[in-house]
Design a protein around this ligand. Structure first.
Ligand SMILES: [Zn+2]
Length: 267
């Protein structure tokens, strides 16, 4: 069966990136019947936090693939490509090869917009930074007719967006956690201070408040990655919902787009 075209393509690094970074965005599109695909570069075999009972470390790739499958169902993704580049080593993998594979998917799925990690890598994770370089290079090569001859005529998506966390969000998160009696001294670490973007850098803010329950389901599917007793579990459900009601994106391509719709990737 031919895959539906003309939607959204997300290019990320790990199983759980989609739920952490863009679940509301995905839901806003899939719930409106817009085909939405995910490329995930690694099985995330280096992430080992929650240990499912009886599981061994070598089982982790398979466990995380299942978790991603469950999250993809919760988010109603149209398709997931899970690649087996080494977790923590995406940057050392073959850059032209990954870029080319992403380009083939762009040519085949013909997305109108592409979303990936930005130049901050979310929080500087080397795999996120690599994924940022790959998706940007693939987007820039998309219109070259010599790149993907097997995929038919070249397809240039209209827009490339990077996910963005706001410094103002982290400040608010800290205040809220502090008020709930949670130790927030971690926020003083220099790398935490550098995290995120100023509000003025953001071009597009998506209200995802209608989807927070499904978003939570996507998040919860990644059982090995998020401790059930983490700091967030200390906040009441309503506070969590309010904090996750918006997602922020930065328009990266076209570079000189002029004013863009502030609440819509396609508008
Ligand atoms: Zn990640």
């Amino acid at each position: 069966m031919e895959e539906p075209k003309g939607g959204l393509l997300l290019v990320l690094a790990h199983p759980d990136d989609e739920s952490m970074g863009a679940a509301g965005l995905i839901l806003r599109h899939t719930r409106n019947a817009i085909p939405t695909y995910l490329i995930c570069a690694t099985y995330g075999e280096a992430g080992w936090q929650g240990k499912p009972r009886g599981a061994k470390k070598e089982d982790l790739p398979e466990i995380r693939a299942k978790e991603l499958e469950e999250a993809a169902a919760a988010l109603a993704l149209s398709g997931v490509e899970l690649w087996d580049y080494p977790d923590g080593g995406v940057a050392s993998a073959d850059h032209p090869e990954i870029t080319h594979r992403i380009g083939e998917h762009i040519a085949r799925l013909q997305p109108r917009a592409v979303v990936g990690w930005g130049p901050d890598g979310g929080y500087g994770h080397p795999d996120h930074l690599a994924a940022y370089r790959h998706v940007t290079a693939a987007f820039d090569a998309a219109s070259d007719p010599l790149q993907f001859p097997d995929e038919g005529p070249p397809w240039q998506p209209s827009r490339l967006f990077y996910t963005a966390m706001l410094r103002s969000f982290f400040r608010k998160m800290r205040e809220t956690l502090q008020a709930a009696g949670v130790d927030t001294s971690d926020f003083d670490r220099p790398e935490m201070q550098r995290l995120g973007y100023e509000d003025a850098d953001v071009t597009t803010t998506i209200d995802v408040s209608d989807y927070t329950d499904a978003k939570q389901a996507g998040f919860s599917a990644h059982r090995t990655q998020f401790a059930a007793d983490g700091p967030f579990s200390r906040l009441d459900a309503e506070t969590q919902r309010t904090m996750f009601a918006y997602e922020h994106y930065i328009l990266a391509r076209p570079v000189d787009a002029g004013p863009v719709a502030a609440d819509d990737l396609f508008g």
